[in-house]
Ligand binder design. Structure first.
Ligand code: MSP
Length: 489
């Protein structure tokens, strides 16, 4: 018997191409998923957080050739490098997909057989302009002066025998589904964009096999072909759960959230949703397309040669400062220009001054005036009551912001609270209370410690190292969980 988790949360990132090491943009999506995975775990939910590497296709085959390596040897090495970077960023994934895993390859073939049984695959010829960086045939709208408008590289004209997935069949159904379920595609506005395009242009049948190279999953209906890399990659979201029969599939599917960058929204909606409809599998509950980190207004990307290395940032400022900056600075759905200077400013003011000072002040006061032990509160005043009431409200708002993926607002609220605690210390002046032997001192010290305990729980999903350090300094065995976060617990 499979135990169905009522309180489950399944979150995914895109699986990343291993033609090179990760840059800041890749780190961004993955940290966002990590924040949500930790937030939901802390709320007591059963969480499955999936990320990994996309290892087939022409782009990877060419990168391997350039490196003078066999593709498998090349991707083994790079997949390991990606794991190392993600571990430096404290990414707490539950499972790591590799599209070259045998189990995944088997699932892709089974998926194709399922779609074929629905009579959704046909033979034909394809010709068109291909962008190897997108791993996709482009439409005229995607090409400016003979170059892909995202990667700014010349497109390649290709003509070959291929098998098609009859995606056109699903245009009407998808347009209808999107009209009825506005939550399927977020943030607001993106659904209309996709639905509008489907209504305007319909859906083209999709070429899903290639014959000009062989670095891919063998196409089960014709061994001269390999499977198109997106058809292979998207299937990872179910293969990782052991589809079709796996217990995890029964427990966690449909995904609660596919987090992606806006560059691959079409693949995760029109394409993935049509594939699932064809195979008779329930659609994921939500796809959220976040904005891009840019450098001087251009998307940060390897092909444009303007990337920021997340490892350098972690080495200079620590993982938590980077995590904080990325999610405090820019609303998640929007683009934002990366600035190391602003990262440093936020590190110095908000992390070192506001939070760092609060921790060291509170600990010093307890050390000095209470012999290192948190005193029991005595003689409550109206200031204390107001202070505690604000906190309750704040925690509720913070949760709502995280649920809506408004990370910048959530962090903004947490910092309002941190500032309020600093202000409370300034106005209650515990050092003066100690001088006059006023019993209210006990209450103030108690409240500051309690506030810090709560702050550690709230920041843990965003900044796990810092939260763990604070909890340890408070003498707690672990960071408290959000599920039973109450004053005076
Ligand atoms: N392999 C495909 C995804 C297959 S998912 C079934 C792919 N890989 S990728 O390596 O190119 O990664 C793309 C993802 O990286 C984007 O969707 C986005 O999540 C992230 N980013 C890449 N550049 C980015 C920025 N400059 N800014 C923010 N995120 C960016 O596409």
């Amino acid at each position: 018997m499979v135990k169905l988790a009522k309180n489950k949360f399944y979150v995914t990132t895109p699986i990343y191409y291993v033609n090179d090491v990760p840059h800041l943009g890749h780190a961004y999506t993955t940290i966002a998923a990590d924040i949500l995975a930790r937030w939901n775990r802390s709320q007591g939910k059963s969480v499955f957080f999936l990320t990994g590497t996309d290892e087939h296709g022409l782009k990877i085959q060419r990168a391997a050739e350039q490196a003078g390596k066999k593709p498998k040897e090349f991707v083994d090495d790079l997949s390991k490098k990606w794991k190392n970077v993600f571990s430096k960023l404290n990414i707490s994934y539950d499972s790591w997909t590799r599209t070259t895993d045998k189990e995944h390859e088997k699932a892709v073939q089974e998926f194709i057989q399922t779609v074929a049984k629905k009579k959704d695959i046909k033979e034909g010829k394809y010709k068109g302009n291909y962008c190897v960086d997108c791993e996709h045939y482009l439409t005229d709208d995607d090409i400016i002066d003979g170059k892909c408008k995202i990667h700014k590289k010349p497109v390649e004209f290709l003509e070959e025998d291929t098998y098609f997935f009859k995606m056109s069949k699903y245009a009407g159904k998808l347009a209808e589904l999107y009209a009825q379920n506005p939550g399927l595609i977020q943030p607001k506005g993106k659904l209309q964009e996709i639905r509008g395009r489907i209504l305007r242009e319909g859906l083209q049948d999709l070429s899903i096999t290639r014959t000009t190279f062989d670095w891919g999953v063998p196409f089960p209906l014709d061994k001269k072909h390999v499977t198109y890399v997106w058809f292979d990659a998207l299937t990872n979201y179910i293969s990782a759960l052991g589809w079709p029969k796996g217990e995890k599939f029964k427990e966690f599917w449909p995904a609660d959230l596919h987090l992606i960058g806006k560059d691959i929204l079409w693949f995760h909606t029109a394409m993935w949703h049509s594939m699932l409809l064809s195979a008779g599998i329930e659609l994921p509950k939500e796809v959220y397309a976040h904005g891009w980190w840019t450098v001087e207004g251009e998307k940060m990307s390897k092909s444009l040669g303007n990337v920021i290395d997340p490892v350098k940032m972690v080495d200079r400022y620590g993982a938590d400062s980077l995590r904080y900056y990325l999610f405090r600075e820019i609303p998640f759905g929007e683009d934002g220009n990366f600035s190391e200077k602003v990262l440093v400013q936020r590190h110095n003011t908000e992390l070192a001054n506001d939070l760092g000072n609060l921790v060291s002040r509170t600990l010093t006061l307890i050390e000095k005036f209470a012999g290192g032990k948190v005193p029991k509160p005595r003689s409550e005043k109206s200031e204390d009551v107001d202070f505690i009431a604000t906190l309750d409200d704040d925690v509720r708002h913070i949760s709502e912001h995280v649920e809506k993926l408004e990370f910048h607002h959530a962090l903004g609220k947490i910092w309002e609270f941190i500032k309020a605690v600093n202000k409370y210390i300034d106005s209650e002046k515990p050092w003066e209370l100690a001088n006059t032997k006023d019993e209210h001192l006990h209450t103030v010290l108690y409240n500051c410690t309690e506030a810090l305990r709560i702050i550690s729980a709230l920041i843990w999903p965003f900044m796990p190292e810092t939260a763990e350090k604070i909890a340890k300094q408070l003498g707690l065995k672990e960071v408290p969980k959000l599920e039973n976060l109450r004053w005076e617990l």
